[in-house]
Design a protein around this ligand. Structure first.
Ligand SMILES: C[S@@+](CC[C@H](N)C(=O)[O-])C[C@H]1O[C@@H](n2cnc3c(N)ncnc32)[C@H](O)[C@@H]1O
Length: 442
């Protein structure tokens, strides 16, 4: 069956129509005429795969990654960069219109022309004696050849690890890279049903058996040659998540350090940190500029993580209060503020939707950077009560951001001043977007 692709979906699939029904076609691009095989038939839509590209898009190119067609990581390795950007801008515009009832004429894109190895954090699955990414056809794990977005040393580190049969007791490997090219290796063991008790650890698992260097003779030395400075073992009781809450350091001096906008950060194995450091700096600068600071400003920062934005906010404002529900991140943020010599920050541990109740109207600026789900409705209602003069909303999901913005502007309390898009995730369909809102009522 043939279909003409008219658009791209949020997860990067081409959208067409067959017999009046919408069809999502993997790896098909707008303007293409494709012959498809239907792979799934749902009540309201179909899913399909390309059998033949009859008329290719002018933006289709040869894939820059040899594993692209089986890997579940990237969506656009064979699509021109500018076309990726255009599709992301269109998506933000249409989400804002459809879900937020706001029309934005111009969205500026902050692009990344040299995007090779942009990721500072990847996860590799371990299955059936293999370390690598997941094959989207059959969910098996394939050994990486040349991932174009992963840290440069990834393949060499995998080769080293594969020589140790004990490595296959783990379920997942995390690899994080800092601004100096130093690497943190996180070895994750899934232990379902096991309860972690604070201060006591687990009764089973590698953490309680012989020390790491005895279990992996010579491994640390080999990894050091590849710039690995820290190794952690992590215990995961819920495989729904990549990491569990408990990590034990197996090797490394002090804490793993990262730097952004000149500020220093302690990075714990499981803390949130933007995966693209270069573009994160662009994003944070925009997010902060949106608040048009003066020295007397008091800022509320919701979903503050380890304080990556807070440190810079604190240099511009009188006071910054961050709210974050990862206890470890709150501890790290507090420590980070100290290390950066900042005395006007406070980090509160708890859910934003609960902690925000304590705040009155004297916070005149607000920045929020929620996870993909966006902010809870209660959070938006509370923001409307606090009535900050300016709001800077950073989001990795334009749909939930549009929904939340719709609520903020719905009664005429706020107006949208500007929307920008920062290409944080080249070669994928993910979008990072940032919106400046101003109060109409203050
Ligand atoms: C997108 S990250 C932003 C972190 C930080 N702004 C940064 O750029 O590094 C979202 C953060 O919100 C936290 N979080 C998620 N849901 C939350 C909630 N309901 N209340 C408080 N924090 C939450 C996560 O732990 C994570 O650190």
């Amino acid at each position: 069956m043939k279909t003409k692709i008219r658009d791209l979906s949020h997860d990067g699939r081409g959208i067409g129509t067959i017999d009046g029904k919408t069809i999502f076609v993997e790896n098909a691009y707008p303007e293409e005429l494709v012959e498809v095989k239907i792979t799934k038939e749902k009540k309201k839509y179909l899913e399909g795969k390309i059998v033949e590209i009859i008329e290719p898009s002018k933006d289709r190119i040869e894939s820059i990654c040899s594993d692209f067609y089986r890997c579940s990581g990237c969506q656009y390795c064979d699509y021109k960069y500018q076309a990726q950007i255009d599709s992301k801008i269109n998506r933000v515009k249409s989400n804002l219109k459809r879900l937020g009832n706001v029309e934005v004429e111009e969205i500026k894109a902050y692009t990344m022309e040299d995007f090779y190895n942009y990721r500072n954090h990847i996860q590799l699955k371990i299955k059936d004696g293999k370390i690598g990414y997941v094959d989207k056809e059959n969910y098996s794990v394939f050994t990486l050849e040349n991932c174009v977005v992963a840290p440069k040393n990834t393949k060499r580190i995998i080769d080293i690890l594969q020589d140790y049969p004990e490595i296959f007791y783990y379920n997942l490997i995390g690899l994080r890279e800092n601004h100096e090219g130093k690497l943190m290796l996180i070895l994750v063991e899934n232990i379902e049903g096991l309860k972690f008790e604070k201060g006591h650890g687990y009764s089973i698992g590698f953490g309680s058996s012989s020390p790491f260097p005895e279990r992996f003779p010579g491994l640390i030395e080999k990894l050091k040659e590849e710039n690995v400075s820290h190794i952690y073992e992590n215990y995961n009781t819920n495989p729904k998540y990549h990491y569990g809450q408990a990590s034990i350091k197996a090797y490394g001096e002090g804490e793993f350090q990262e730097e952004i906008l000149g500020n220093k950060f302690i990075l714990s194995p499981t803390s949130f940190f933007q995966v693209n450091r270069v573009q994160a700096e662009v994003l944070y600068k925009l997010g902060i500029d949106n608040l048009d600071f003066s020295k007397d400003d008091k800022v509320l920062e919701l979903f503050s993580g380890i304080g990556t934005i807070s440190m810079e906010l604190a240099k511009k404002a009188k006071e910054v209060v961050g709210i974050e529900y990862s206890e470890k991140s709150v501890k790290d943020a507090t420590q980070n503020a100290k290390e950066n010599g900042l005395e006007n920050t406070e980090f509160l541990f708890g859910k934003v939707e609960e902690k925000l109740d304590a705040f009155k109207k004297d916070y005149n600026k607000l920045l929020l950077d929620p996870p993909r789900a966006g902010a809870d409705k209660k959070v938006i209602e509370k923001i409307l009560e606090i009535k900050p003069e300016k709001i800077s909303y950073i989001s990795c999901d334009p749909a939930t951001m549009a929904r939340d913005i719709g609520l903020l502007i719905g009664n005429g309390d706020y107006k949208v001043e500007k929307v920008d898009m920062v290409d944080m995730f080249p070669l994928t369909s993910h979008v990072e977007v940032i919106c400046k809102l101003e109060s109409n009522r203050r």
